[in-house]
Design a protein around this ligand. Structure first.
Ligand code: NAP
Length: 262
């Protein structure tokens, strides 16, 4: 079993008990890692604290990734509270729900830019602001959550697929940029999981129902499986710039099998 005792991790993206970030936080906690959480707005703080407190989380920071000042405050807070950081999880995505109602070529500039700002660009200020705290000791690492729609066309995922493609390439460039500082940057491409963010994607339930029968494992992944892979990727000191799939093998199928998503 992974031993993360003495390590410190920042977890973003916990919205509720269904959040992938919550499963990852639990796996990291079980491995002995000290955790700090972010919440997006004061309105959501109490819910995030309730979950975090059950894992003994002592430090919480407001982080709306569209607010540059929040990154500065986050880094200052972490520096004062923890001194250094070993791991950071980026588990954040957003796109205007209405953007999925129209064909992809109808997407507005506003919706396109907003999805990219929150879901992809945000990885850059996260790394930039935490750079001086990561990379000490064994070196630090950052992990971002992505989905197969970044690689191949999954029609219902449309705008978010383009944002995830940007996220994955951004992670590669960051990995090259920050590698000399001992900082690794990776992505985990998870199969579909029923969460709040997923509920905003029309056709998501249908995707899950249809794809189950063609998956090599003939079942969907569990958040626990994603969480254990995430903890491993954060901790492993030899992997950087990778996109690792935890998707019951869905990504290896040729188009006929993936046609289940049409
Ligand atoms: P989730 O529980 O809804 O998590 C999404 C998180 O993004 C929420 O905590 C949300 O905060 C946060 N967020 C949105 N806008 C933000 C902003 N401006 N600033 C800071 N945080 C913001 O859903 P999830 O499925 O676990 O998603 C986590 C990650 O996994 C996302 O990157 C998602 O694309 C990825 N992923 C999900 C699946 C899936 O099937 N569910 C598959 C592959 C990858 P609030 O709730 O407070 O707004």
């Amino acid at each position: 079993m992974l031993n993360l005792s003495g390590k410190k991790a920042l977890i973003t993206g916990v919205a509720n008990k269904r959040s992938i970030a919550w499963a990852i936080a639990q796996a990291m906690h079980e491995a002995g890692c000290e955790l700090a959480f972010t919440y997006q707005t004061e309105r959501l703080e109490a819910g995030v604290r309730k979950l975090g407190d059950s894992l003994g989380v002592a430090h919480y920071y407001e982080l709306d990734v569209t607010n540059e000042a929040h990154f500065t405050r986050l880094a200052k807070g972490l520096e004062g509270d923890l001194g250094s950081l070993d791991y950071a999880l980026h588990s954040i995505a957003f796109a205007n729900k209405e953007a999925f109602d129209n064909p992809f070529h109808e997407i507005s500039e506003t919706d396109f830019l907003q999805a990219h700002q929150i879901s992809a660009y945000s990885l850059i200020p996260l790394c930039r602001s935490l750079r001086h705290l990561l990379g000490q000791g064994d070196g630090g690492s950052v992990l971002a959550m992505t989905y197969f729609g970044a690689e191949k066309v999954v029609p219902m995922y449309s705008l978010m697929g383009v944002a995830k493609a940007s996220l994955e390439v951004t992670a590669r460039y960051l990995a090259n940029d920050l590698g000399p500082d001992g900082i690794r940057v990776n992505c985990l491409s998870a199969g579909p999981v029923r969460t709040l963010a997923a509920a905003g994607i029309p056709g998501f339930r249908e995707l899950m129902r249809k794809s189950e029968h063609v998956m090599p494992l003939r079942r969907h992944i569990t958040t626990e499986e994603v969480a254990h892979a995430a903890a491993f990727l954060l901790a492993n000191t030899g992997i950087t710039g990778e996109v690792t799939h935890v998707d019951a093998g869905f990504n290896i199928l040729a188009a006929e099998g993936q046609g289940a998503t049409d």
